[in-house]
Design a protein around this ligand. Structure first.
Ligand code: ADP
Ligand code: MG
Length: 291
């Protein structure tokens, strides 16, 4: 009877858009007391929009030209947003001579015989660039939960963009459902502490880890486990893969990257985010019936 109940549970989950990879995933889901959620692409749509651009000491169209030229080399959601918005300001982009992605920070490139850095405040600060002119942008963005992207050319700050992401429908209901199941909720993001804090406050998420480099996401999971927590991780991106594999239970959104889907124990094929609490509920219920 037990294997039958298991098959029924897994089949029922599948009909709700929850693909459970096996018995171990069910076992793990019964023990979970903490749910860690990625921000960009998981709680938010990941389709960002540029809300403002400020140029410092250069014409604004020059800032757009430089930023969009560099972002053509990047696959980040931020890059797509800047490139799209730039089409309203410039048509002729500059050839990219070199391009290096700096995961969790931004990118570095050579264009028009100049060295360009584009990314977060931490990136520019660690390269010794004075970013005090961006204080107003950084402050405003912190208040609104926006992401700031700074641009430097040959060691000089030349501009700041403020970008907004949109919460997915049912993001708040999803967190409420998880908390009402007695689960401790944690937000994990590579974005700034200000942006992370704003989203966490809006959604009433218990704990925030922001400014986390892609390579350090798994360390956050391990730290929680070391505190005795049984951790489920929900993510979508290449930068979530090791965290998904490290967690006691990994849940990947099907719209995510292949590597995240491989690393996960449960694949969520339904569009709406409420599939997350549904997956935990149904796994636990199935587990109870087979015991
Ligand atoms: P997340 O997907 O959780 O936002 P990432 O690790 O992908 O985290 O990126 C962290 C931060 O690095 C971004 O919020 C941004 O500030 C900066 N960044 C990364 N890639 C780029 C890029 N191509 N252009 C500008 N900034 C970038
Ligand atoms: Mg993501």
């Amino acid at each position: 009877a037990t294997p039958t109940a298991l098959m029924v549970g897994i089949g029922r989950a599948a009909s709700l858009g929850i693909l459970i990879k096996g018995h171990d995933a069910l076992e793990a889901s019964g023990r979970v007391d903490t749910v860690v959620l990625d921000k960009t692409g998981t709680l938010t749509t990941g389709r960002m929009s540029v809300e403002s651009a400020t140029a410092y000491g250069v014409p604004e169209h020059e800032l757009w030209r430089i930023a969009a030229s560099v972002e053509r080399g990047s696959e980040h959601a931020i890059a797509r947003a800047i490139e799209n918005a730039a089409t309203r300001h410039v048509t002729d982009l500059l050839p990219l001579e070199t391009f290096t992605a700096l995961p969790g920070l931004g990118a570095e490139a050579d264009i028009a015989a100049a060295r360009v850095l584009i990314g977060n405040a931490e990136l520019l600060r660690t390269r010794g660039i004075d970013i005090t002119r961006a204080d107003t942008d950084l402050g405003a963005a912190a208040e609104n939960g926006r992401t700031v992207v700074l641009v430097a050319r040959d060691g000089e700050l030349i501009g700041a963009f403020q970008l907004a992401d949109t919460l997915k429908p049912y993001a708040a209901e999803t967190i409420t459902a998880l908390r009402s199941q007695g689960l401790h909720t944690v937000l994990l993001t590579g974005d700034s502490p200000a942006a992370g804090r704003q989203i966490a406050d809006t959604l009433s998420i218990d704990q925030v880890h922001a400014g986390v480099m892609p390579t350090a996401k798994a360390d956050v999971i391990r730290d929680l486990q070391a505190q005795g927590r049984r951790v489920a991780m929900v993510g979508d991106g290449i930068n979530d893969a090791t965290a998904l594999a490290t967690a006691d239970l990994g849940l990947a959104l099907v719209a995510g990257t292949d590597i995240a889907l491989k690393a996960a124990d449960i694949i969520l094929v339904r569009e709406d985010l409420l599939v997350v609490p549904d997956a935990l509920t149904i796994s636990r219920r199935t587990l109870r019936t087979i015991r």
